[in-house]
Ligand binder design. Sequence first.
Ligand SMILES: [Zn+2]
Length: 218
Amino acid sequence: MTMLIPKTVTCSHCNASNEVIEMASTSSFGPPDLDLRPAEMARSTLHTQVYRCTGCGFASNNLETEEDSDSVVMQSVEYQHYLSSGLPGLAISFACCAMIEEKRGDLESTGTQWLKAAWVCDDEGIEEGRDFRVRAADALCRYLSNNGSKSENVENIRMVIIDVLRRARQFKEAADWCHDLIAKSSEMFLKKLAEYELTLIEASDDACHHVPDLTEGE
Ligand SMILES: [Zn+2]
């Protein structure tokens, strides 16, 4: 089950008091989606993974810690555009948080925040999720090409990029990543997963799918 804790935090940017809900624990049952979005109940905890100050619009998973670069981002036209957009509030928070994380130099987190913004759009049934996936894939690709090949999480990130591109209908780019992973990975499970993605890509399938049971025959 999921355990939530209401908390009052002070925004480090403007000192406003904010009521937030923190997650003490959660669990999930069943396979994740191909982009590693977990099954329930963890699936429904996105509102505990980002906060946006009611006073100034600062968006972060920790409103109590500000970095020097944050103010520049918050004053940008794009940040202000998102704040006043008609998107779901949680998608706005993740989009703003993604911009903050990019300016801080954490491209893995940037990609993850854009992807979570896309998940909110999925849940709300709105189209903007595709644009957020394009931005997520862009950030994660840059992360890998900069320094991410040293990350122990590199194979998972490659699989996420493939699924994010497929769901953004960038089928050719997704297929290129699949072929590259099949050629280079030593993990049989990941090769099979990439082959499964290729069957979806060839069918121009941009829907959400779970990680399938690929253990048969090993
Ligand atoms: Zn604030």
